[in-house]
Write a protein that binds this ligand. Structure first.
Ligand code: FES
Length: 580
């Protein structure tokens, strides 16, 4: 931790807009005054942007306008001048074909908004899965003082006496309907039980994982991740974050000061301890690229490998985010990492102090939710990074969500050429498949889908579900929802649509998985593989124009975060020249 606060007072960036008596300054101030802002607000105090992903079409973020008002209260209290603005809001549940297609679009919007607007620092209001990484990516590329406030998770769901978690139970119930154990009418009845308050998914899905990543990276105040969306303490967190960003601007405490390699290592270990989403792999790689931190898939494996999963939340465990909050939340987990020698204790946070200072005195209030070391869900948590002739650039698997008996497996491949082929054939009674087979899904990677949808945890064939089969080895270049589970190999790279070996797997081939050895192998000769690859032709046409074509042409592989190649790196916040 080497941060030295800047001297205060000094001239701030916002004075490039509001300072002086030039014609341009009068344009900037004059038009802002049409909102009723008194003249003294333009006197050189910190101007704080509140970058809001609020949207009624992003239900997980639909309460963020209320939180923005709380942030403003804090900014006013600390002597700043808050200005809220909207950015594109990719919703996991309503945006087609997949929100991931638009994470980079949101990040571009954020970056250009932060650079182009009259602000000195920013509060990032995020919630639903892609909004947190997109805001961090954009903010990292601008490097103005920035701090995250998460929307927080929904309250626990309950259905017929059972606790039900967002996403996870939709999958369980869907499989129960396919297996004939639940009626479609009961499924609809369960729907309302799952989403009973504002907020993001209440499991340790991608939204809660990414909120935890923001906190573990040091980009949110300690305790931010787990407070339920409707708890009064979520509003308090918003208000004190508003106070804090004003001081961060005075100190000139920026994302590049906080998001160092040490911070990313802390986040990776935290992800292992919480049993976090595989999506964190892609998002953290992309965020690291924006701050020029050299982070790779191998860092995921070697940092997370020996970290036990101690947070007993769905989909890996049994509780939900409310219990996690009541148990003490993420600070307890980070403290445990520190006690076990698994934390870079000196890593700086938005507080201006070290991450260890933030957590060293917290307590665990429920050791069935945050488990003792000897009762960990998985001794070796984290994300397993697999390599082999099927994934030369890597693939990932989440051991805490997988079946131990399938971690070493050899099976006959049953191949689906794309998601439509899968949907058309998976439930047919004449599909030649049994529980020992390996389901293979192609053309669902960043370029292939396009957007790398969360379809990698493809539901098992109905005829196997009816026999009580609950898990099989599945391999794809897709992602999987953080609320999903199973022995699922994801992010296989290079993807099929880019001519990776996955593209030439044929039904009837045999595939070997050995998670302990970190190996994924297509059991054909090198010569046969080379011959098939030589004959391969792209099956996915180039999109015809628009943003989707840009995405197809410029997205990088999953192993580097699926960012756009031209967005990697920090481009700073220099004020562009302008004249009226
Ligand atoms: Fe928005 Fe899960 S769908 S957080």
């Amino acid at each position: 931790m080497t941060f030295k606060p800047a001297k205060w007072p000094r001239k701030l960036r916002s004075q490039e807009w509001f300072g002086g008596t030039s014609k341009d300054a009068i344009y900037h101030r004059g038009w802002m005054k049409n909102q009723g802002f008194p003249a003294d607000l333009f006197d050189g105090r910190p101007v704080i942007g509140i970058c809001n992903t609020w949207s009624e079409t992003t239900p997980c973020n639909a309460h963020l306008r209320d939180l923005a008002e709380r942030v403003k209260n804090g900014v006013w209290e600390a002597g700043g001048f808050p200005l809220e603005f909207p950015v594109f809001s990719p919703s996991e549940v309503t945006l087609r074909p997949t929100a991931m297609l638009f994470r980079n679009l949101c990040a571009m919007d954020v970056e250009e908004a932060l650079r182009g607007k009259c602000i000195d620092g920013v509060v990032l209001l995020a919630g639903c899965d892609k909004t947190t990484p997109a805001l961090l990516m954009g903010a990292a590329s601008v490097d103005l003082p920035a701090i995250v406030v998460s929307g927080g998770p929904m309250l626990n769901g309950h259905f017929r006496g059972e606790r039900v978690g967002s996403g996870t139970h939709i999958r369980k119930f869907n499989e129960a309907v396919k297996a004939g154990e639940m009626t479609p009418e009961e499924f609809v009845e369960a729907e309302a039980s799952m989403s009973r308050s504002p907020g993001s998914c209440n499991t340790m899905g991608t939204a809660s994982t990414m909120a935890s990543m923001a906190e573990a990276l040091g980009m949110a105040l300690s305790g931010n991740a787990a407070i339920p969306a409707v708890d009064s303490r979520r509003r308090v967190m918003s208000q004190i974050t508003g106070r804090r960003i004003v001081q961060m601007v005075k100190d000139d405490l920026k994302p590049s000061d906080i998001m160092t390699k040490a911070a990313f290592e802390n986040a990776i270990r935290t992800n292992a301890a919480i049993g976090g989403s595989t999506n964190a792999v892609i998002h953290l790689l992309a965020i690291a690229g924006r701050v020029s931190v050299d982070l790779s898939l191998d860092d995921w494996d070697h940092c997370g490998r020996d970290v036990p999963t101690i947070v007993n939340l769905l989909p890996s465990g049994k509780h939900l985010m409310e219990e996690f909050f009541f148990a003490g939340g993420l600070p307890v987990v980070i403290r445990r990492l520190g006690e076990d020698g698994l934390l870079n204790k000196d890593a700086l946070t938005v507080s201006g102090g070290s991450i260890w200072d933030e957590v060293k005195d917290v307590q665990n209030w429920n050791d069935d939710v945050i488990l003792p070391r000897d009762k960990a869900l998985t001794k070796s948590g984290g994300i397993a990074v697999l390599r082999g002739n099927l994934a030369p650039n890597g693939a990932v698997l989440k051991p805490s969500a997988a079946s131990p008996e399938l971690m070493v497996h050899r099976g006959r491949a049953v191949v689906f050429e794309d998601i439509e082929d899968y949907k058309a054939r998976v439930d047919r009674d004449d599909l030649n498949i049994d529980e020992t087979c390996v389901m293979v899904l192609k053309n669902c990677g960043p370029r292939g889908y396009p957007g790398m949808a969360e379809v990698g945890d493809m539901a098992l064939p109905a005829k196997l579900l009816r026999r009580g089969i609950t898990d099989m080895v599945r391999i794809s270049d897709a992602r999987m929802s953080g609320t999903a589970y199973g022995t699922v190999v994801l992010h296989t790279s290079p993807e099929a649509a880019a001519g990776g070996p996955l593209a030439v797997v044929q039904s009837g081939d045999f595939i070997e998985l050995d998670v302990g050895a970190r190996r994924i192998h297509l059991d054909i000769s090198d010569a046969e593989l080379a011959a098939r690859l030589a004959k391969w032709e792209p099956a996915v046409p180039r999109p015809d124009g628009g943003y989707v074509q840009l995405y197809h042409d410029r997205v990088t592989g999953a192993e580097t975060g699926a960012d756009f190649d031209f967005l990697v790196g920090c481009r700073g916040n220099a004020v562009a020249r302008e004249s009226h």
